[in-house]
Design a protein around this ligand. Structure first.
Ligand code: AMP
Length: 215
């Protein structure tokens, strides 16, 4: 099974992905996580990607597509995978279509999570992340028990460089210009299902589960 999560930054893709992989036994592939790890490790990929990420721009396609191809070929993906944050351009989507025969897979569903823009800005600029375990918090909606300390592991919480207001606005613009065309791309292939992401996390998850159980 191959599922793609599509939607603007802040739509809750990561939160829903967590639940989907647990419920459906899928491997989670987030290009954002892979790139952030590369930046942290200061690998050659990380050094090339960092500047684009800090500015809220997309990392060039040629740096991203091979990572996904190699990851999808790993044996643990045989039972299915959930792609979060990939594809993000029509070029990446075409690349993915060409890779699928190599791994004898097909896209089962593209889930688009839609959220109003004001809500996205509030969610992203208020987000705080644990520097050790990656757990997500929000200054208003999900604050930790002790200020700036992770409830789960005691790590320090920080604001991602790309969650500042200026960069968030840039990321939303980039989404509109470069990623939104994928909506039509997947509609034409009859693969798109739209979920109302303004609702509570559980309700969004229920909408998603209803779609996935039909597959
Ligand atoms: P995310 O965590 O998915 O919001 O991704 C964080 C940042 O990583 C994005 O703003 C981009 O700079 C970069 N990125 C993640 N996935 C991709 C992709 N598929 N193509 C290009 N850049 C990406």
């Amino acid at each position: 099974m191959l599922i793609i999560l599509l939607g603007p930054p802040g739509a809750g893709k990561g939160t829903q992905a967590d639940r989907i992989v647990k419920n459906h036994g899928l491997v989670y592939i987030s290009t954002g996580d892979i790139l952030r790890k590369a930046v942290k490790e200061e690998s050659s990929l990380g050094r090339k990607a960092q500047e684009f990420m800090d500015q809220g721009q997309l990392v060039p396609d040629n740096l991203v597509v091979e990572i996904v191809r190699e990851r999808l070929k790993e044996p643990d993906c045989l039972n299915g995978a959930l792609l979060d944050g990939f594809p993000r351009t029509v070029e990446q989507a075409v690349f993915l279509e060409n890779v699928l025969p190599e791994i004898e897979a097909a896209i089962d569903q593209v889930l688009l999570i839609e959220v109003e823009e004001n809500e996205l800005v509030e969610r992203l600029t208020g987000r705080r992340v644990c520097c050790d375990c990656g757990a997500n918090y929000h200054v208003k909606y999900k604050s930790p028990k002790v200020r700036n300390v992770c409830d789960q592991c005691g790590g320090d919480l920080y604001q991602r460089d790309d969650d500042t207001l200026t960069t968030v606005k840039e990321r939303l613009e980039v989404y509109k210009k470069q990623t939104e065309p994928l909506i039509e791309f997947y509609q034409e292939r009859d693969l798109l299902y739209t979920v109302d992401g303004n609702k509570e996390i559980d309700e969004v998850n229920e909408q998603i589960n209803n779609v996935l159980k039909e597959l």
